[in-house]
Design a protein around this ligand. Sequence first.
Ligand code: SF4
Ligand code: SF4
Length: 377
Amino acid sequence: MASPLEYFDDMIGHCLTYAQSAHAAGKPIVGILCEFTPRELILAAGGVPVCLCGGDGDLIPPAHRDLPANLCPLIKSTYGYHVTGENPFLELADLVVGETTCDGKKKMYELMARRRPMYVLELPQKPDDAHAYQHWLDELHKFRRELSRRFGRRIGDDDVRQAIALMNRERALRRGLAELMADDQPPLTGRQLLRLKSSISGNPADLAQYELALAQLPKRPQRQPGKHTRVLLTGVPVVHGAERVVDIIEDARGLVVCMENCTGLKPLLEDVDEGLDPMEALASKYFHLPCSVMTPNRRRLESLVDLTRKYRPDCVIELVWQACLTYSVEANATRRFVEEELSLPYLMIETDYSPSDSARIALRVEALFETVAGRKA
Ligand code: SF4
Ligand code: SF4
């Protein structure tokens, strides 16, 4: 039998088989592009939530037909798939759900909506404002009604509760896997941990593999303490296919023990409270997500304190995709906080999906690790 890591090596293949058979059985396939979109409501509507974020640099040139060159590679790669029709999940999608997060995505959704069914969630961006929270709760009710109307299915509170329980289970399993990295001798590299996740949520076969990994991996410590520089990676999501910077860090004898970003722990840290009204509980969980599109975004710094205590990194590396304005500007506050409050060395890497600057990034990472080694000495 294949190990969980081998199983997830063909993650896209498994997801495609799952999505195709669900589609054939009449289940709606719903593409999502952000962690603010509550997968629970899609699952409650009988749908299959699939992440459509593009991580392939080869899909960027076709996007330049409609998009400016100076735009985040994640947006351009996602749009490149739209133009070329090369993402089978996007081609299967009965609906794409966008959200008003960063400006580039918002405007890209308008172009995509010209020939695909699109629904855009309006995300207010002041997390501490009671009116903003109420608006977000109203938005989620509207989204639930839209899914119900579009897919001809009544969505009861019990459907939402069941979906919440399923997603809480998935989050707990993935959180458990991430927590293995807190060990002095983690059984995985950061890159291997990144492989242990799926583009589709709520697939029972994936959940079984997470459980198997949690049972097997703790028995296999592989990393020797003190041999690697422990890194906390923060910033933008490291989507499937765009893992180059993680590879560079770990090739330089770094070990990414914690990923604070949206492809790491950020969406997993808080569950949906199963004791509350399900819509209120969903709104509350998702509104707490500490993304740089929020202002102010203090929760991200609070999260960095907790994660630093738990994962004991030697340094913090912030990854920012080129032309991502919110993460790029917020990096100023993050750097100051990491250096002054957490007393850790910090490095910001701004790049895109092209490997042309890999050697330069490797040099900067090595210099950071020398600083860490100097401090330890
Ligand atoms: S970083 Fe922000 S905009 Fe991007 S997926 Fe995460 S929550 Fe959404
Ligand atoms: S990385 Fe930044 S610019 Fe790119 S989609 Fe996410 S928030 Fe928008």
